[in-house]
Design a protein around this ligand. Sequence first.
Ligand SMILES: Cc1cc2nc3c(=O)[nH]c(=O)nc-3n(C[C@H](O)[C@H](O)[C@H](O)COP(=O)(O)O)c2cc1C
Length: 241
Amino acid sequence: MKKKTVTEAIQYRRSVRIQSDKPIDKDTVKACIKNATLAPNSSNMQLWEFYHIVQQATQKKIAAACFNQPAAKTAPQLVVAVVRRDLWPQRLAALIENMRQGFEKAPARNPEKEAKALAYLENDLPKIYQSKSRWQRWKEKRQMEQKGMSGAVYREIGADDLKVIGHKSVALAAQNFMISMAEVGYDTCPMEGFDSKRVKAILDLPEEAEISMVIGCGVRATNGVYGSQFRLPLESVYFEK
Ligand SMILES: Cc1cc2nc3c(=O)[nH]c(=O)nc-3n(C[C@H](O)[C@H](O)[C@H](O)COP(=O)(O)O)c2cc1C
């Protein structure tokens, strides 16, 4: 099969609600998940996990937690994209280790630049991710707003902001995944219509994990796409300034 260009894959991708009974190759889907992990993500913390559901019994349970909507029920495999903010200490340690190794391998060392880069990882990121009460985060956000009266500051430090930061990165990974699936002629449907508590219980995930999307995977049935793709005219969403 001729490989699709990125534009062709983007144009091929549709939210497929009814998958056919054609099987899909587990390793090909896994390779698309590998592409998902190449997505840009906040501070490269990689606070994500991808659960590839290949066992029929698990697929059925997750589909039921997605209210048995057709996009889940008809999909031979599912991918659950999860935000794992709780894993920040381990992910940060790996990032720091990788940075240190990079410094050691560099042909010329620059202690000042190295210290600055390490300080961001070792001092700034823990301040953002360490557990704090909602009240504490709210207080810090107000303080930042005061500081922001006299210059540009980073304001997204509230509890809800952290949630958004996590889901932004996972959503980018999910899009990498869906476009990679389209490239090889496979179909997907992202879903947020699910009972998150039940999905977490089925996957044996802790309370702090957040299910970002359940993605149905398969090969579209002839009636799998509901209508032609509707988008607003570009002029109503594009602004040149
Ligand atoms: C975050 C997110 C959640 C979605 N949840 C569902 C869902 O639960 N069920 C569903 O059938 N489609 C779901 N969709 C698919 C959208 O309805 C679909 O992307 C939109 O209608 C545009 O159609 P297209 O993807 O074919 O271009 C979701 C899409 C996104 C991005």
